[in-house]
Design a protein around this ligand. Structure first.
Ligand SMILES: Nc1nc2c(ncn2[C@@H]2O[C@H](COP(=O)(O)OP(=O)(O)OP(=O)(O)O)[C@@H](O)[C@H]2O)c(=O)[nH]1
Ligand SMILES: [Mg+2]
Length: 269
């Protein structure tokens, strides 16, 4: 069943879910999205999870024709790189990016759909409060947002209030074009693609927002570590890159992942 009134057709939306080891969340996440928005497309972009996420999504794909899985080249891991691939392959008029661990509430996707249907080019989810976070994480998020917004201010770019939120939707043609044109400028290993998109946004881009309550991760483990702040600094021009190179050696090493598998980027039904 699809709604077709006032352009609010779920079939023109793809929810992009990046995953790395999200077997505890991915089934319920996808099923909740399909329950709330029948007919919507879901594209899971996985970086070679080793916990059964891939198999879970393959099984969902067999039951639901609008669920697709993209398994990425293991030599090119990265959250931003995954989302670049997701947006480029969304295949619908609009896309919505959100985490797979329920920190971004599926119920608020409806608000994003409304605004995109009304013609907004970019709709960013702004966290109402970040109280669910530990104090250190809250401070890091505030600091990162401040650095990123200052960078965009200096470069006269539009600045969503919550650049670190990770929950946003857009017009697929506009942002696919931005990604294609500025491919080499993105911090592919980074966690904050919204910051990259804003850096390369067409002049005069307007940002709209929806508000949401930021929840706690529903299950599984966080993949966020000190790499996130380093990659954010690397997104801030030459001074940021220099600073990242200076503090890099003092930060925690990233968690070890599965050994590289044969290179393959595939979009499976
Ligand atoms: N494809 C891909 N997805 C990733 C990668 N790292 C994290 N993810 C996914 O991106 C989303 C956000 O990652 P999280 O680990 O939840 O990061 P976070 O929300 O900032 O951290 P927590 O609050 O601790 O959950 C989740 O759906 C992850 O599974 C990656 O390298 N590649
Ligand atoms: Mg999370």
């Amino acid at each position: 069943m699809t709604m077709t009134t006032s352009g609010r057709d779920p079939a023109s939306f793809t929810v992009i879910l990046p995953t790395y080891n999200e077997v505890q969340n991915i089934r319920s996440m996808v099923e909740e999205l399909l329950r709330l928005y029948p007919g919507i497309s879901v594209l899971v972009v996985d970086d070679n999870s080793v916990d059964g996420t891939v198999e879970a999504v393959q099984e969902l794909g067999r039951r639901h024709p609008t669920v697709r899985l993209m398994v990425r080249d293991p030599r090119d891991r990265g959250l931003t790189a995954s989302l670049m691939d997701g947006i480029a392959n969304a295949g619908t008029e609009h896309f919505i990016v959100m985490d797979a661990d329920f920190q971004h509430p599926p119920a608020v996707v409806g608000d994003v759909i409304e605004m995109l249907s009304a013609g907004h080019v970019l709709v960013v989810g702004t966290r109402n409060d970040i109280k669910a976070m530990k104090a250190t994480r809250r401070l890091a998020s505030w600091g990162a947002n401040f650095i990123a917004r200052s960078y965009l201010f200096v470069h006269r770019k539009c600045r969503p209030r919550d650049l670190m939120s990770g929950f946003f939707g857009g017009d697929a043609a506009v942002w696919k074009n931005v990604i294609q044109k500025s491919w080499g400028g993105f911090e592919r290993q980074g966690f904050k693609i919204l910051f990259d998109l804003m850096k390369f946004a067409p002049p005069g881009t307007r940002v709209s927002e929806v508000r949401y309550d930021f929840g706690e991760r529903s299950g599984g483990e966080s993949k966020l570590d000190s790499r996130a702040i380093l990659s954010l600094l690397r997104q801030c021009g030459i001074p940021g890159k220099v600073l990242a190179a200076l503090i890099g050696p003092f930060t925690r090493r990233p968690a070890r992942r599965a050994p590289d598998q044969e290179a393959a980027t595939t979009v499976r039904p």
